[in-house]
Design a protein. Structure first.
Length: 474
């Protein structure tokens, strides 16, 4: 791990000089106190380990990771998962005591502290049946048949319970399809949006938000459409939106309606993959839409997270939010892919995302209920009958972030000095919390190795087991 060539020596010497040139505050004040450590590897799951201590930095490792608290990035909103119709149903099947135990573990600030969750405006593919909030065989532009009664059975009760465990829970909501009568194909399955439905659809959003608020559940943000460019070949609730349509709907209908309502609900657009970064740029380039767009919602299924940085650099005032991604329950590493997910989360957070919200919070042992074509698993699995809880690898990856990084924290620069990044198997992200404490998350997808964290004139060496996630806090 340490320097063995003149080239690496010169690189390290140059890096040392750069580190020592940092402001005095960065050299000393932030490298104080013991470093607490939590690790996940082999059979361990987010278990505390022996504390470490900062020492004066000597010769730097060729693969040192240099932190710079003076270089702060985006403010963190939080972490969470989607509380779909399916997830809320599975949770509703538990006894009150069982459900409270699960919700406490997921949401309580002293536990997993999840605080940014997604709900669905009508049915998604993870629902027990296809439904909207205005079920009509004929057009209903006055929304006379509008009703959220479906959600009163188990979705709203679970959301209320979750907020009791974490009053700071931020909820955003996404539709997979407008009601069938708003679309040319007259079905929530597949199809496309129709411009003549824009006005009633904006009022549909408003009635949903007001209806939920009357039930004690405030929704803090909405996306216009889940996966705007995916019709899903007619296999599930979905709806294509042309780019110009989404811009027009936000600028002329949804944006003005929400502003007039005084609800304060934010609007996020795209809600789709990194590969559509060009669409995000175009939508933010329209002044009329820009006025009402709070930020961009991203999925990580196609493309690279650097797309978020590309959009951030063009429109730094518009935040990025990561709104969907989940494990495949049919994969053999469903319970053990924590390193993969933690590395994914590091990449997301190092590319300007303010939040990370996974797909389903909870599903059964078969990834059900599910009316769509995909084999997703929940962050947790709740077995039918026995109600046994299984925590996924994604859950344990989240633990290394959500348990330590508080709302209002800021990402700080963390730069690796490795001469060949392609050979690096350790990913990293670092943060400063509102109380001044610092957090660094290191993932090692390679063999056991020693890493070095450098902060100002101080450094600490950390032994990273193979296939591991390590969180350090000081």
């Amino acid at each position: 791990m340490f320097m063995r060539s003149r080239r690496s020596f010169l690189k390290s010497a140059s890096a040392t000089a750069a580190v020592l040139a940092l402001p005095a505050r960065s050299l000393h004040a932030d490298a104080a106190g013991p470093i607490r450590v939590w690790s996940t590897f082999r059979e361990r799951r987010h278990q505390s380990a022996t504390s470490l201590a900062w020492k004066p930095a000597g010769q730097l490792s060729a693969q040192a990771i240099v932190l710079n608290p003076a270089d702060t990035r985006q403010e963190i909103l939080g972490f969470g998962a989607a509380m779909t119709d399916s997830s809320c149903y599975v949770l509703s099947q538990l006894s009150d005591a069982e459900r409270q135990s699960v919700l406490h573990d997921i949401f309580a600030p002293e536990e997993m502290a999840m605080n940014v969750c997604r709900t669905c405006i009508g049915a998604s593919d993870y629902a027990r049946n296809v439904y909207s909030f205005d079920e009509s065989d004929t057009p209903d532009p006055e929304l006379k048949k509008f009703s959220i009664d479906h959600d009163k059975a188990y979705i709203l009760p679970v959301l209320r319970e979750a907020r009791k465990h974490n009053p700071d829970l931020f909820l955003f909501s996404s539709p997979w399809s407008p009601p069938n009568w708003m679309k040319p194909n007259k079905s929530m399955i597949g199809g496309a949006m129709r411009k003549t439905s824009f006005d009633p659809y904006a009022r549909y959003f408003l009635k949903f938000l007001e209806g939920y608020k009357a039930e004690g559940v405030t929704i803090d943000a909405v996306t216009v459409q889940n996966e705007t460019d995916a019709e899903q070949e007619g296999n599930m609730p979905a709806c294509l939106w042309a780019q110009e349509q989404e811009m027009q709907f936000v600028a002329q209908h949804l944006g003005p309606s929400l502003r007039k309502s005084g609800l304060g609900t934010k609007i996020w657009v795209l809600d789709h993959n990194y590969s559509l970064w060009g669409r995000a740029l175009d939508e933010l380039s329209d002044p009329a839409a820009y006025e009402y767009i709070d930020g961009i919602a991203w999925h990580g299924y196609v493309g690279e997270p650097s797309a978020m940085t590309r959009v951030h650099e063009a429109f730094p005032a518009k935040p990025c939010y990561w709104t969907e991604g989940g494990p495949d329950i049919n994969q053999p590493d469903y319970q053990t892919d924590f390193t993969k997910w933690a590395e994914t989360f590091n990449g997301i957070l190092n590319n300007w995302a303010r939040s990370i919200t996974a797909w389903n919070l909870a599903l059964d042992e078969k990834g059900k209920p599910n009316i769509g074509p995909f084999s997703c698993g929940g962050a947790i699995t709740i077995e039918n009958g026995s109600h046994k809880i299984t925590r996924s690898g994604q859950y344990w990856a989240f633990a290394h972030f959500s348990r330590h990084i508080k709302r209002g924290a800021k990402v700080i620069a963390s730069n690796g000095l490795a001469p060949d990044p392609a050979q690096v198997t350790v990913s990293h992200a670092a943060f400063v919390n509102p109380d001044g404490s610092h957090v660094a998350v290191l993932t090692n997808r390679g063999p056991e190795q020693r890493a070095q964290l450098v902060l100002g004139a101080n450094a600490v060496d950390i032994d990273l087991p193979a296939d591991s996630v390590t969180t350090l806090e000081w």
